[in-house]
Design a protein around this ligand. Structure first.
Ligand SMILES: CC(C)(COP(=O)(O)OP(=O)(O)OC[C@H]1O[C@@H](n2cnc3c(N)ncnc32)[C@H](O)[C@@H]1OP(=O)(O)O)[C@@H](O)C(=O)NCCC(=O)NCCS
Length: 188
């Protein structure tokens, strides 16, 4: 994969190249290919069904030129248990442990576009943050963005999320070794 001279994507230029589409039953889903086969299959087999059953809402990022899927992300509601120390850290002095969140249930970037652009994954996380803020301001309170980082396929994905402001959740750490539960405080 050619990684040099990639164009850096940011909130300032993202919409010059791409646009977001909310997945629906008529969305064309062909051709997407990331490094994890399971994620390619999810998009063509389960994403529409999950939308129809109100289990996951998937956002597609498409390129303006060819309308190809550059990246996709499935978002779901969540609530996470945080430790006493974590509560202190976030200044959340409440008697309950569960804090409202939105979870990135799936995130993947197409390999061809990874070769052309840098920062698409980060751009998707910024989009998830904006959706979370929108939910919090208009519909229902939501403090964290969460993810179960998939270390089974790539242990270094933790670094990607850390670089984007996520912390490992103490309460859930190591309970499932295939994924690591992480959170990002949207209002910290
Ligand atoms: C993980 C993924 C979404 C990142 O997308 P991306 O467009 O490369 O992300 P960005 O360009 O915004 O950030 C990449 C940076 O994060 C860091 N990083 C660390 N580990 C990484 C990893 N495993 N993959 C990608 N970036 C990683 C690097 O610093 C990298 O910067 P560099 O390009 O200068 O090396 C993408 O690689 C992907 O789709 N992977 C396959 C599916 C997957 O693992 N999804 C996550 C499931 S929880």
């Amino acid at each position: 994969m050619m990684m040099n001279n990639r164009i850096l994507i940011s909130p300032y230029n993202g919409l010059k190249f791409f646009y977001f589409e909310k997945l629906n039953a008529t969305s064309s889903l062909e051709g997407f290919c990331c490094s994890v086969q399971e994620y390619n299959e999810y998009l063509t087999t389960d994403a529409v069904r999950s939308r129809k059953d109100h289990i996951a809402l998937t956002w597609l990022l498409r390129d303006k030129e060819q309308k190809k899927i550059v990246s996709y992300m499935s978002l779901i509601t969540d609530s996470i248990k945080i430790s006493i120390a974590e509560k202190k850290f976030h200044s959340l002095n409440y008697p309950f442990k569960m804090i409202p969140s939105i979870k990135i249930a799936k995130l993947a970037v197409d390999e061809i576009f990874l070769g052309k652009y840098k920062g698409i994954g980060t751009y998707m996380i910024e989009f998830a943050e904006s959706r979370t803020r929108f939910c919090d301001e208009i519909h229902a309170a939501c403090r964290f963005l969460t993810v179960d980082a998939d270390i089974e396929h790539n242990a270094k994905v933790l670094d990607f999320y850390k670089k984007n402001g996520f912390f490992v959740n103490e309460e859930l750490y190591n309970k499932n070794r295939k994924t690591i539960s992480m959170r990002k405080d949207i209002y910290y």
